[in-house]
Ligand binder design. Structure first.
Ligand code: HEC
Length: 193
C-alpha cells in the first residue's frame, strides 16, 4: 500500500518536473531571441556611449549613462515585450543588483571552463523563461571600468564616484567578465516570425 502511494507521488512529481523543462526547440528559439535582444541592447547603449564620448569625453558620457542607460534598456524591454537587465557581481549602480540565480551564473561563467560563454536559457519556479549571457570587457570600456591610475584616470574616477559613491566596477582588463545580460520573457511564448 505504502509503495503504491510512493509510486503515485513519484509519477506526479516527474510529471511536474517534465512540464517545467523546455524542449530543445524552445531552448533554441529563446536562445536566438535572447541573443538578438541582447545584441540590440548592446548596440543601442554602445552607439550612444561612443557618440557622447566623441562629443565631450568621459565628463559627458558618464552623466549620460547615469541618466540614459536605464531608460534605453527599459524602452527596448517594451519594444520586445521582455524585461532586460544588465547585472554584475561588481556593481556601479545598485539598481542593477543581481538576484541569487544571476549571481550564481556570474560565478559559474567566471569559474567554469566548460561553460565557456554560451548563453543559458531556463524556466524558473513560476514558469517564467530567462535568458542569460555574459558581458565581456572590451578595450573601449576601460576608460570607465579599467584599472585606476592606468586606463581609468583619477579625474574620470572622481566623476564616477560623485554619481556612484559605492562604485566597485573598476579594475577590469580586456576580456574579463563584467557581468551578464538577464532577459525575462514576459509572455512565455515564442514570437511569431
Ligand atoms: C563613459 C564611461 C563608461 C564607459 C566607456 C563604459 N561604461 Fe559601463 N557603466 C558606466 C556607468 C556610468 C554605469 C552606470 C549606469 C547606470 O546608472 O545604469 C555603467 C554600468 C555598466 C553596467 C551595469 C552594471 C553596473 O555595475 O551597474 C555594465 C554591465 C557595464 N557598465 C558594462 C560596460 C561595458 C561592457 C562597457 C564597454 C563596452 C562599458 N560599460 C563602458 C560608465 C561607462
Amino acid at each position: 500500500m505504502m509503495i503504491k502511494k510512493i509510486l503515485v507521488l513519484v509519477v506526479i512529481f516527474s510529471f511536474f518536473a517534465c512540464s517545467k523543462s523546455l524542449s530543445e526547440k524552445e531552448k533554441q528559439e529563446y536562445t536566438a531571441k535572447g541573443k538578438e535582444i541582447a545584441q540590440a541592447s548592446f548596440n543601442a547603449l554602445s552607439s550612444e556611449l561612443t557618440k557622447q564620448m566623441k562629443l565631450g569625453g568621459p565628463k559627458q558620457a558618464i552623466p549620460f549613462c547615469n541618466v540614459q542607460a536605464m531608460p534605453i534598456t527599459n524602452q527596448l524591454s517594451e519594444t520586445h515585450n521582455v524585461s532586460i537587465k544588465r547585472t554584475t557581481d561588481k556593481l556601479r549602480n545598485a539598481a542593477n543588483k543581481p538576484t541569487v540565480r544571476e549571481l550564481e551564473l556570474i560565478h559559474r561563467y567566471k569559474n567554469s571552463e566548460e561553460m565557456q560563454h554560451a548563453p543559458v536559457v531556463e524556466k524558473d519556479d513560476n514558469n517564467k523563461i530567462h535568458f542569460y549571457a555574459p558581458i565581456i570587457i572590451k578595450d573601449k570600456c576601460l576608460v570607465c571600468h579599467g584599472k585606476l591610475g592606468e586606463e581609468l584616470n583619477v579625474k574620470t574616477d572622481s566623476i564616477i564616484k560623485t554619481l556612484y559613491p559605492n562604485d566597485i566596477a573598476i579594475g577590469y582588463s580586456e576580456g574579463d567578465l563584467r557581468g551578464i545580460w538577464s532577459i525575462e520573457f514576459e509572455k512565455n511564448k515564442i514570437w511569431q516570425k
